[in-house]
Design a protein around this ligand. Structure first.
Ligand code: ADP
Ligand code: ZN
Length: 214
């Protein structure tokens, strides 16, 4: 399947994307993961992106479009892809539309994961991520804790709270989301591609997507 996953930080885009990859071999493409990988590897891209990310601000559109223009042409995308965290602004959505048309790729739909704000806040402050960049498993100290506190179940690396998961950065991310990204729901509705789902449960989201795509 070829999907865009829309939703506030903490709506569960990453979790849903990982569940969907297991269904049909589509790849998850997370611009957040790509950027964090670049920061960790100390590449030019990473150096440019880090300041924006730590503050909870968006990285400039031109950088993101450069990354995605290349990524979408890689072989593993032929099987299908789940865009997680991209597009994030109207200009990115417009450019993506042109890019996909040029590449001859048609999307199935854009899925909006709707979650109440209090649930979002609670999820973000309790989220922990595996520090191993090859693994990046996501946990939650309340709803999905690791078996041993602070240790990834899958690979044994320490689990951490991301730099952008301080309270200040979180509130900035939510504000940025409302201002820059929320308008994409209307954009994809106009394109006739939107599926809105209640995303309080990730399992229910996956079922709704499977049902809609049949
Ligand atoms: P979130 O949990 O906020 O959805 P992500 O892992 O998707 O986090 O992204 C982390 C950070 O990476 C964002 O706060 C932003 O700085 C940057 N980023 C990721 N994707 C994009 C994008 N499409 N456009 C601009 N910045 C992005
Ligand atoms: Zn791990």
């Amino acid at each position: 399947m070829k999907l865009i996953l829309l939703g506030a930080p903490g709506a569960g885009k990453g979790t849903v994307a990982k569940m969907l990859t297991e269904l049909d071999g589509s790849v998850q493409i997370s611009t957040g993961d790509i950027l964090r990988g670049a920061v960790k590897a100390g590449t030019d891209l990473g150096k440019e992106a880090k300041g924006y990310m730590d503050a909870g601000d968006l990285v400039p559109d031109a950088l993101i479009m450069g990354i995605m223009g290349e990524r979408l042409q890689e072989d593993d995308c032929k099987q299908g892809f789940l865009l997680d965290g991209f597009p994030r602004t109207i200009p990115q959505a417009e450019e993506l539309k042109t890019l996909l048309a040029d590449l001859g790729i048609t999307l199935d739909m854009a899925v909006s994961l709707d979650v109440p704000r209090d649930v979002i806040l609670d999820r973000l402050t309790t989220r922990r991520t595996c520090s191993n960049s090859e693994c990046q498993a996501i946990y939650n100290t309340k709803s999905n804790p690791t078996k041993v506190e602070g240790v990834c179940d899958k690979c044994g690396s320490p689990t951490i709270q991301r730099d952008d998961e301080t309270e200040e950065a979180i509130s900035n991310r939510l504000e940025t989301y409302n201002e820059k990204t929320a308008p994409l729901v209307g954009f994809y509705e106009k394109e006739g591609m939107l599926l809105s789902v209640n995303a309080t449960s990730s399992d229910a989201v996956v079922s709704a997507i499977q049902e809609a795509i049949k």
